[in-house]
Design a protein around this ligand. Sequence first.
Ligand code: SF4
Length: 150
Amino acid sequence: MDSSNLKAPPTVSLLDRFIISLEKVIKEPIFDCRMCGQCILHDTGLTCPMRCPKNLRNGPCGGVRPGGKCEVLPEMDCVWVRAYERSRRLPWAEHFFQINPPLDWQLQGTSSWANLLSGRDKVRPAGWEGREQDFDEYVGFAESMIEDDL
Ligand code: SF4
């Protein structure tokens, strides 16, 4: 195999490694964090969406089982059912209806704290900006449907 066109892996500084380890040590036991590098726990009732076997970032799939169980892992509660229930108890419950952009898998394994500070987690895929506006109407509709629940 010709290895001349293979890129060298990006270098990770000692400080980066320290921050990544610190975030992992704190968030893994508490939230079962999968280190996606773009944390949205704040908007998901402090429930990590990356625990969903389908890695869904905007609500459940169509396969939620009776009793709120996961379609893929029936022994597990659906992450999004739990996220919804838990978000109801938070003072910022309405954030649950925010539409999240697609996950940038290049950030997997990096620190979401560092990405938040640098603004790297706000970089959107080309074409996404327009989509966020399209979704405004849907979000307003969803919020009004469960207004009484808040
Ligand atoms: S959303 Fe990402 S960074 Fe936040 S807890 Fe889940 S895997 Fe970790």
